[in-house]
Design a protein around this ligand. Sequence first.
Ligand code: SF4
Length: 329
Amino acid sequence: MREFTYVRAAEVGQAVATVSADPEACYLAGGTTQLDLMKDGVLEPGRLVDITRLPLRGVRLDGDTLRVGALTTMEELAADPYVSARAPFVREALLLGASVQLRNMATIGGNLLQRTRCRYFRDPTVPDCNKRRRGTGCAAVTGAARMHAILGASEHCIASHASDLAVPLVALDAIVRVRGSAGERTIPLTDFYLLPEATPDVEHMLGQGELITAVDVPLPPEGTRSGYLKVRDRMSYEFALTSAAVTLLLDGGLIREARVALGGVGTVPWRAREAEEILRGAPAGPAAFREAAERAVRDPFTMPGTAFKVELAKRTLTRALRTVAGVAS
Ligand code: SF4
């Protein structure tokens, strides 16, 4: 592992100034992914700025929006009573996303910025990875691809986004609050992640030194049901093959409002707006659910190893909709 200098930041402005001024510096929070990647030689920062003592921790309700401090742990957010009462699928995604040990360390800001689990990205002895070094190629396209993406993917990169939490947060139109050397700004989470296209190494909208300070989560209207379904190779310690985050507001047998996002299949947490359009105003039943699923997985980019995900993603979404609506199969 490369040697680095370590600094503990005393306040937000100091942390932002330090990392903004040094292209080799990065923030350290829970460290649950970052330290692994440093030990494996995938990340080689020259300076770590520890932000764990900054006052960016806690959850508070402001009207119908939850403001979640970036250093709030996954476990703390999962235990929040407003999350359980108004958006239980956020809690489900958190609990399915990591063991309790990891949830007690990992922060919400870090979770949203976690790196892909693509095995080639995480192995620096593999030379061809456009995400590690632009222009080197993509080993997954010709290698073993199973956990990879089928939506938003191309021959440049098929790495899937690993966060479970980001899937319901995309469905809820969460807003990322950011502080940088030029001041503060907000970014809708649906715009925050960038499709890999020809630059898979550029994953999100943050510039050097910009720090996520909080995430605003608009809570759905009272009476909205929600659910997060995660399909994986084993029941714990495993990332999603496919997942679906769904909210439904029902009016009798009709769907008044719907939110849909998919995980495990997109290079970014995948908001399925076409599926939502199908569902709005439709009777809550198998026909609308299957049509929504067909729309949600349009124009997939598949490899032999990932082609199974097309039907699996559709079935995952259909089942999640059935479960949330309380409709028998
Ligand atoms: Fe690298 Fe992306 Fe290809 Fe994986 S899928 S090897 S991260 S370029």
